[in-house]
Design a protein around this ligand. Structure first.
Ligand code: NAP
Length: 241
């Protein structure tokens, strides 16, 4: 196995995921660019390499069990192991998502990507992570998934969204369950909120850059041994559940 720390970032061909890959690359890590589209994946790998990152492409559609298994096999055979997984890939399902008119099939599709995708990829690569000296899993969530903030008058929690927002609430809850199951291991798993960033996800209306949004993922990917697990953080500290 390489002496370099090896990471996989899902949905790394653009937006916050691309910047997470770039940031981990700047640490001198070898970074797998998980992306479902070959052209977008190759372009991202090329751009990261041009910036000096040790990047490699990983074909990965997080909605496919087989794709997640193939990604794990590729990393095992070509890299010999994995130290860090950043579950970043996510979709909104499109707006508006008023609960009284939303298509339940769309809600399930969003949950399948934003939560099912995290479970699929995590479980596919967990045998590799377990062999690492300091394994870390970062789940890119959102403060919109915070039920505390959703019920706090005046808090900024985005538009009413019956698919995207609850998908992040569920992702937070699933993150806690993983942390409980993995409590006796050296795997640290946390949820991170990037803040409201200008990306394709929101028509570039966010007020932060994707690079700023990537910072919490890099913080959680580089936690020291014995650091937090089962937590929910943004750049300024813990976020209310
Ligand atoms: P983005 O620019 O739309 O990027 C999303 C990424 O996820 C793309 O690379 C996309 O790939 C990938 N993806 C979607 N479905 C996938 C699938 N089935 N398999 C593999 N990859 C898939 O969004 P972003 O703003 O960077 O969001 C990144 C993460 O941060 C998401 O989890 C999002 O919920 C979270 N977040 C974002 C904000 C924000 O303000 N932007 C705030 C809070 C949380 P394609 O190019 O192939 O579609």
């Amino acid at each position: 196995m390489s002496e370099k720390t090896i990471a996989l970032v899902t949905g790394a061909n653009k937006g916050i995921g691309f910047e997470i890959a770039a940031g981990l690359g700047r640490l001198g890590w070898r970074v797998g660019v998980g992306a479902r589209d070959q052209v977008r994946r190759d372009a991202a790998v090329e751009k990261l390499r041009a910036a000096g990152a040790d990047a490699f492409g990983v074909p990965l559609d997080v909605t496919s069990e087989e794709s997640a298994a193939a990604a794990a096999r590729q990393i095992e055979h070509e890299e010999g192991g994995l130290d860090v997984l950043v579950n970043n890939a996510g979709i909104t399902g499109g707006m508006s998502q008023m609960p009284t008119s939303v298509d339940p099939a769309m809600v399930l599709q969003v949950v399948d990507t934003n939560v099912g995708g995290v479970i699929r990829v995590t479980n596919a690569v967990l045998p590799l992570l377990r062999r690492s000296a300091s394994p870390r899993i970062v789940n890119m969530s959102s403060s919109v998934g915070s039920l505390t903030l959703q019920t706090t008058p005046g808090a900024f929690v985005g538009p009413i969204a019956a698919a995207y927002t609850p998908s992040k609430t569920l992702l937070n809850a699933v993150t806690v369950q993983y942390a409980k199951e993995l409590a006796d291991t050296n795997v640290l798993i946390n949820a991170g909120c990037p803040g409201y960033c200008a990306t394709d996800l929101n028509g570039f209306r966010g007020t932060r850059t994707a690079e700023e949004g990537s910072r919490i993922a890099i913080q959680l990917a580089t936690l020291p041994d014995g650091g937090s697990t089962g937590g929910f953080f943004d750049e300024s500290g813990p976020v209310a559940w």
